[in-house]
Structure formats: C-alpha cells, structure tokens
Ligand binder design. Structure first.
Ligand SMILES: [Zn+2]
Length: 238
C-alpha cells in the first residue's frame, strides 16, 4: 500500500461503511453497495426487446415509443432497500449512482438514441418540500451524466396532492391521479418540433401515474414522442 493511502485506510477502519444490500463492509473502491450485490441485481434486460413487459403495461392506454426498467422489484427483496434509501432516507446521491449505472448498461441498445430530454415525473410541491428533492430527478442526473441528454424539470408539474399509494386499490389510484399533472405552456414553446422525451420514474407498478403523466403531455403536445424509463419494475404486476 502506498503511504498516502494510510489515512484513508485508517478512516475506513474507524468509520466503516456497509453495503445496504448484504451488510458487508464496503471496500474503498465500492460506491454505496458492493460489487457482489451489484452483479446479482435482478436485471430485467427489457431494453434488449422492444415489445417488453414494461412497454406492454401501456398498451391501449397511451402511445409510448420505448419503455424499459432496469431491475425487478419485490417489496421484501433486499434490493428494494436501495429504493427505500433514496426515496425515504434522503440518499439522493444513491439515485444518481443507480441512474448512471443503469444508463451505462442500457445505452448500447440504442434506447437513448434521438432523445431530446429526460423528464422526471414531478412530485407535488408539498411532497417535494417534505422530501427536499425529487428522487426521479436524481435518477435523471445519473442517466444524463452517461448519455449527455439534458434534464428538463419545467415541462410538467403535479397539481393535486395524491395520497400515499399504500393500501389503495387500482381504481382508487386512478381516481386520485385524475388531472394530477399540468403542462407548462412556456416550456412547451421551447421544445424542438417532434421532440422525443423519456419520462423517468423510480418504480413501475400499475403504470397509472406514468399513463396519466404521458396522456397529459400528449394532450398538450400531440406530436410529442414519449419513452419511459423506470429504475425498477414491481414483479407483482407482471
Ligand atoms: Zn453487498
């Protein structure tokens, strides 16, 4: 070991960091979670097939160009912890890291080709205030660092405060999300003709939120091309 590395090693010895997935101590070249857990992330590889399960979720609801989700999500699964950390525990940097990692693996498929903007699904301002950040925006930052696609946060806003989606059935969710989004007219004017955007969200469940968001955008900009990226897809709904 180089002598310059001793202070770092000592720091790690005194204040070790742990992988949130397996609980093992992280090595200094491991960022947030360990290599072994990274390798075992239950990837969907949806991006390798155009007609995949993520895209099928929107059939008959709204016209979507491409859709993908990076990994499968089960509520009790150890990989659900990663989402919990960036969504409820303030670790927005983790969302950026995961976005970057996913983009790195997906970009070769051409999924991001020809896309003008990454658009995070907005939070209502009340929730934004209580959380302090939009986790989907941080996913976008990670994707953007790999693809160079700009992040657009002004295109759409969330109007109604939707209740937490826990213990609601699908029908109630649709009711709650009715007219929940509004397109910002001045931002629309700045879009290139026939723009292609990717709507970015953390987890794809029933697809209700993304459908409503996409429908609202299509209503305001009929020629807009919309693709969808979510970090995870709830396996329960497949
Ligand atoms: Zn681990």
């Amino acid at each position: 070991m180089d002598w310059k590395e001793y202070p770092i090693a000592l720091w790690q010895l005194l204040f070790p960091k742990f992988c949130p997935v397996c609980g093992e101590i992280l090595h200094r070249n491991e960022e947030r979670f360990c290599f072994a857990c990274n390798l075992k992330i239950p990837r969907t590889f949806f991006h390798k097939t155009l007609e995949n399960e993520a895209l099928k979720r929107f059939y008959g609801r709204v016209d979507i160009e491409r859709a993908t989700s990076f990994y499968f999500y089960w509520k009790e699964d150890k990989y659900a912890k990663l989402i919990h950390l960036f969504k409820y525990k303030g670790d927005k940097k983790l969302a950026e890291i995961l976005g970057r990692m996913a983009a790195w693996e997906i970009q070769e498929s051409g999924f991001f080709d020809g896309v003008d903007y990454l658009v995070p699904v907005p939070l209502h301002r009340k929730r934004l205030r209580s959380r302090g950040y939009n986790q989907s925006e941080w996913l976008c930052r990670g994707i953007s660092s790999v693809t160079g696609i700009a992040v657009h946060t002004q295109l759409i806003t969330r109007n109604h405060y939707t209740m937490s989606q826990v213990s609601q059935n699908v029908h109630e969710r649709w009711e709650n999300l009715n007219e929940a989004f509004q397109v910002n007219e001045s931002a629309v004017a700045s879009l290139p003709a026939h723009a292609h955007i990717i709507l970015v969200d953390d987890v794809l469940t029933t697809g209700a939120t993304l459908t409503t968001c996409a429908l609202t955008l299509k209503q305001a900009i009929p020629e807009l091309k919309i693709s969808i990226f979510t970090l995870a897809v709830a396996a329960k709904y497949l």
